[in-house]
Design a protein around this ligand. Structure first.
Ligand SMILES: *Cc1c(COP(=O)(O)O)cnc(C)c1O
Length: 413
């Protein structure tokens, strides 16, 4: 559920008309709904209320400080995958004791930063990384809390680019090797084993793969206990999907019930790392039609949103709903494209789209996750403004970039 609805014939975010924001802020801009973010976070907290748990929101999905602040104020922790994300999370007031750090390529300086910040745990993705963490912790005279990210070899039945828990993927340590790696970790002086972790992929629309994964890892936890390795945290990763089109992903409550039914009896604190399910449908990208032109057998609607602003359609062939800000039932077979010099630059392709004229505003729906965070300056396009709506009010939470921003730090020689 989200808070983007028509009122008096105009698309609103909560109580604010997107047309009003466009008139003040210009286009394109990202618009986020605070109430939607809060509601989605609460859905996870309620879903796991039957067990000790921490919701560690996946910062890479939408890392705007105001989004992080909203979620942290609501009680969330964070899952970070870089030093930069840790920096953002701390800046936004995140509690380090609720921050987990995942990712296959943690650098020494990032590990140092995380250790000095006192994070909850490192999700370790390889034997060499484990040794590096131990060494850096020794240099600092600290003990590094760790979990091993286990790759359970479960097919999440999602897009190949966003499945991460298969043997052929670069993530984690194969489940057959995990026990050996835990024994190795036990022998390290500056590492403390506190958890187990997995993350099998993203935009998962069925419960089955999650249950398969936690079941496999549960067996590992039991084996560890037999060897005297007691852990506190069972991190099940993120990955719950959202409806972009006609998908019907499980509700967080169903997901929570399935996880608790499977591993609740272990008595561990359950950590989950939802990202898309919290932020995806809490944001839209608003643009304005510049031109229309008739192609061979379809129309091209040329807008001012492009693949540099939102790359999901180009990168994954992802579907995003397109709504005209001014409500209308007229449609036309068309592509909504951007100004970038790439054929892959489209928001929607070969679709029945709302009929629109130059000057009309449109919203690219479900753009709150993996939207701005994956944006770039390709074609030297300043990145869009970001706006947060809270009831009848809104604030610009990131200024539109200027041409000067584009060349910051550059020089000629
Ligand atoms: C991307 C990512 C997530 C979030 O995935 P969603 O599908 O957006 O919920 C969680 N954990 C890790 C380790 C990730 O890389």
């Amino acid at each position: 559920m989200h808070h983007f609805d028509y009122k008096d014939g105009l698309l609103h975010c909560e109580a604010v008309s997107l047309a009003d924001i466009a008139a003040k802020v210009g286009t394109p801009f990202y618009c986020y709904s605070k109430a939607t973010l809060q509601k989605h976070l609460k859905a996870f907290q309620d879903a796991f209320a039957g067990a000790d748990h921490i919701v560690c929101y996946s910062v890479k999905v939408n890392s705007n400080l105001s989004v992080l602040d909203t979620l942290f104020t609501g009680g969330a922790g964070a899952d970070v995958v870089s030093g930069g994300e840790l920096f953002r999370a701390l800046k936004a007031g995140g509690d380090p004791k609720k921050i987990v750090y995942s990712g296959v390529g943690k650098k020494e300086e990032e590990i140092r930063f995380a250790l000095e910040s006192g994070i909850l745990m490192f999700n370790v993705e390889s034997p060499l990384e484990l040794l590096t963490i131990d060494r850096v912790a020794a240099e600092l005279g600290l003990i590094a809390p760790i979990a091993i990210r286990v790759n359970p070899d479960v097919d999440p039945r999602t897009h190949a680019y966003i499945s991460t828990g298969l043997k052929k993927n670069k993530f984690g340590i194969a489940i057959e090797r995990a026990l050996v790696e835990y024994r190795a970790a036990r022998d390290l002086k500056n590492v403390e084993i506190v958890g187990v972790d997995c993350h099998i992929g993203s935009q998962i629309t069925e419960i089955g793969p999650f249950v398969d994964a936690v079941q496999k890892i549960k067996k590992l936890v039991v084996d560890l206990k037999e060897e005297g390795i007691d852990i506190k945290y069972f991190d099940i990763g993120g990955g719950l999907g959202i409806p972009y089109d006609d998908e019907t992903p499980p509700h967080p409550s169903e997901y929570g019930r399935a996880v608790i039914d499977t591993v609740g009896d272990l008595g561990l604190t359950i950590i989950m790392e939802p990202g898309r399910a919290i932020a995806g449908n809490a944001g839209v990208l608003v643009g304005r039609v510049q031109y229309t032109k008739d192609g061979e057998n379809k129309q091209f609607i040329i807008g001012d949103t492009a693949m540099n602003d939102l790359i999901r359609p180009s990168l994954y062939g992802a579907h995003h709903g397109i709504k005209a800000v001014k409500q209308s039932s007229a449609t036309r077979y068309a592509d909504l494209v951007g100004p970038i010099c790439e054929t892959g630059d489209f928001m929607a392709k070969d679709r029945e789209l709302p009929e629109m004229e130059p000057g009309d505003l449109y919203a690219v729906m479900s753009a709150g996750g993996y939207g701005f965070t994956m944006s770039s300056n390709y074609n030297s396009r300043p990145r869009p403004a970001e706006v947060m709506v809270d009831g009848a009010n809104y604030e610009i939470v990131r200024k539109r970039e200027s041409y000067e921003d584009l060349i910051r730090g550059e020089k000629t020689v």
